[in-house]
Design a protein around this ligand. Structure first.
Ligand code: NAP
Length: 490
């Protein structure tokens, strides 16, 4: 078999969300040949799909951009989902990525072909096309998790998951039930509490709330950002943001250290001082440590939940009935609309697309125990297959754009081996990955995510599915792949 000798590679990027757009821009800048497959009819990923009231990104807006594409137009310190979608659309237009995206093109299967060292991409339409490299950028929180509540189908009004918002569902002046108290449920409370006749917030587990400031940028400030990008840099590279990211990742890995104690103290004080009614305060007091579940950053949740129209229901749901929700103690909440803020199946990644690598190894088989990837990016047995925001990557209260950019730097160096004709395929060595995963699992169990709460961070065996070391360790790992951990096939 011949080495590639510098022949042009063809790339298939799966997904036109934040990470897929990033890969497309990088390849375009390098003059390379790629196609983006997007099953929907618009770019944007999570920001396209989520349109619920109150949708905001709790990462400061100026830090939630591509590093190479700052954006002076943000209207506030924390941006709304709609603004973020606008940002991504503007970036796609600026870099001319649109024509390379195939919309309505759902990838159903990817098959590795050893003799040609290529992947066959199969679409729902039945089309098939060969590519040298796969960039799997299909997102993490993508498949809604709809709870198996008895009688859910019998509800007479609109009942829907937050990622499938029904625009004409009764909210204004209506009786609304909201199940779920994660980042999504909390944001919805803050947006509809003054619109509804009443809001029953079904809260199985309360959340710790980190108080953060929110403020609008004025026209003058936006003009200043346009005139002087250094003003934007001063925000996105500030100690307030980057320092916080570092302190946060230090905290989650050193759970008895001073940073974690500081986080716990701030959250506790927020609860004690913000919630006036002692009964409500106890309902809202978590029985697990702050940051065990994804910490919620909010400037207005405690105010919103104390609005007289909001009732926090902490009982257990017995069943959904046509006119409302019946609790186990017999209480009945009559409702017009039922919103399921119940989260996502976080273990799916590129699935349900069927991925078959070397020697017939399927992704389902490789991930039978838990989804994993070498340094969150590559998989043994799946050559020339690179994940952005894949399993075991960092999760938390920071920008996943930054994470994807650092991952791209790692991927790019691996692909260089192929570009330079040093081999036709590259994949991590099974032993190297096994060693990574053993170290990762051992460390993950000791992070705050493993300190005793339920969350989407945990896999089926209760092991946190995330990067368990510091931000700097991640940055360092991504800056230079250890090529000795890879098998390069000629
Ligand atoms: P989530 O954090 O997984 O929360 C799901 C909620 O639904 C939890 O409160 C859970 O209760 C509850 N729940 C699930 N099944 C239930 C059932 N059968 N009965 C009663 N309650 C049930 O989901 P999410 O709020 O959509 O957030 C997911 C992630 O999206 C976040 O952690 C974050 O990473 C991301 N997000 C980010 C932002 C942002 O601003 N950056 C905004 C929204 C979302 P338990 O806790 O008891 O399981």
């Amino acid at each position: 078999m011949m080495a590639r000798q510098g022949a042009a590679l063809r790339y298939a990027i799966v997904g036109a969300g934040m990470a897929g757009i990033l890969a497309a821009i990088k390849l375009r800048q390098n003059g390379e040949d790629f196609t983006v497959f997007e099953k929907a009819d618009r770019i944007g990923g999570t920001w396209r799909e989520n349109r619920y009231p109150g949708l905001t990104c709790d990462v400061p807006a100026h830090a939630y951009t591509y590093s190479f594409e700052p954006y002076p137009e943000w209207r506030a310190f924390y941006a709304t989902g709609g603004e973020i979608q606008t940002y991504f659309e503007a970036v796609v237009a600026k870099y001319g990525i649109g024509p390379a995206i195939r919309f309505g093109a759902e990838v159903t299967a990817l098959d590795w072909n050893e003799p040609t060292a290529q992947w066959t991409v199969m679409l729902a339409s039945g089309e098939r096309e060969a590519f040298d490299v796969i960039i799997a950028a299909s997102g993490v929180l993508h498949h809604p998790r709809v709870p198996a509540l008895p009688g859910l189908d019998s509800f007479a009004g609109p009942a829907f998951h937050t990622a499938q918002w029904v625009d004409d569902a009764p909210i204004d002046g209506a009786r609304v039930g909201l199940i779920g108290c994660g980042s999504t449920g909390v944001q919805i409370v803050t947006a509809i509490n003054t619109r509804v006749a009443n809001l029953v917030h079904f809260q199985r587990s309360p959340q710790w709330i980190m108080p953060v400031p929110q403020f609008a940028y004025t026209d003058e400030e936006r003009a200043a950002f346009r005139a002087d990008p250094a003003l934007i840099d001063a925000i996105r590279f500030s100690d307030e943001y980057l320092g916080n990211v570092r302190r946060f990742t230090d905290a989650i890995t050193d759970i008895d250290g001073p940073q974690m104690h500081a986080i716990e103290q701030i959250c506790l004080e927020n609860l004690e001082t913000s919630v006036k009614d002692p009964e409500l305060r106890e309902k809202l007091r978590p029985n697990y440590r702050a940051a065990c579940k994804r910490l919620i950053y909010s400037w207005c949740y405690y105010d919103a939940v104390q609005h007289p129209a909001v009732h926090v229901e902490t009982g257990r749901i017995a069943q959904i009935e046509p006119q409302g929700v019946r609790m186990e103690d017999g209480t009945f909440h009559p409702l017009d609309t039922l919103v399921l803020a119940t989260g996502f199946q976080a273990d799916r990644f590129i699935r349900p697309a069927g991925v078959t690598g070397r020697d017939g190894l399927t992704l389902d088989a490789f991930w039978a125990r838990r989804p994993t990837a070498h340094y969150a990016v590559t998989l043994p047995g799946f050559p020339n297959f690179f994940m952005l925001n894949g399993p075991t990557g960092p999760v938390g209260n920071f920008s996943l754009i930054d994470i994807a950019e650092r991952q791209w730097a790692y991927v790019d160096q691996l692909i260089d081996i192929l570009r330079q004709g040093q081999g036709r395929s590259i994949a991590p060595l099974p032993a190297a990955h096994a060693d990574y995963e053993a170290r990762r699992i051992a460390a993950a169990r000791t992070t705050i995510f493993g300190s005793g709460c339920s969350s989407w961070y945990l896999d089926d065996e209760g092991v946190p599915a995330s990067w368990p070391w510091s931000y700097d360790a991640f940055a360092d790992a991504m800056s230079r792949p250890r090529l000795e951990e890879y098998a390069i096939s000629a």
